[in-house]
Ligand binder design. Sequence first.
Ligand code: E4P
Length: 217
Amino acid sequence: MRFFLDTANVEDIKKANDMGVICGVTTNPSLIAKSGRQFEDVIKEITSIVDGAISGEVKATTTDAEGMIKEGREIAKIHPNMVVKIPTTVEGLKATKVLSSEGVKTNLTLVFNPTQALLAARAGATYVSPFLGRLDDISQNGLDLIADIVEIFEAGGIDTQIICASVRNPIHVIECAKMGADIATIPYNVIEQMMNHPLTDQGIAKFQADYKAVFGE
Ligand code: E4P
């Protein structure tokens, strides 16, 4: 499983990129708004930091296929690594069909059931983003959705890649990896949680103490 960072915070993106663990970034309108910056400014900066797929979403207020196609073409022009993120609606599918036929990479977002994922794939989506955390939030098992999509895509020989999104904790990441999902897009705080273990910290402290006791500083 590969990892994308799920944020528009460039400081967090630099930190995760320096760790060498991410190969892409996903943003959404809420994350761009949270950054307090203009879409194109922040997206351009992200492309200068990470050499990998960068998802930029069409405007939240653009709901028709024609508008999404127009914006998608503009987003794709920002950088060769750009992926156009499109909501999984009927209009979104139409836009995906056109953009994918032009060679524009797409990420179909807000996927909450396997049939949406299957239709997105058939429309030519490069990636689908099922949101597991938001399903957990309403007492449905988000991991079951990932399992279903992995099974369906494997059975059908579908090469659309699955980005596990709305990841809230390291258990989400572990379970998605065990299922064989392609990618998890992870908030920076979850990357930190994935790395932390008290025994690692205690082990370092003990090694330092033992070393210093014999050899000094
Ligand atoms: C990623 O593509 C999504 O925009 C993101 O994972 C949503 O996460 P949230 O449910 O924590 O907002």
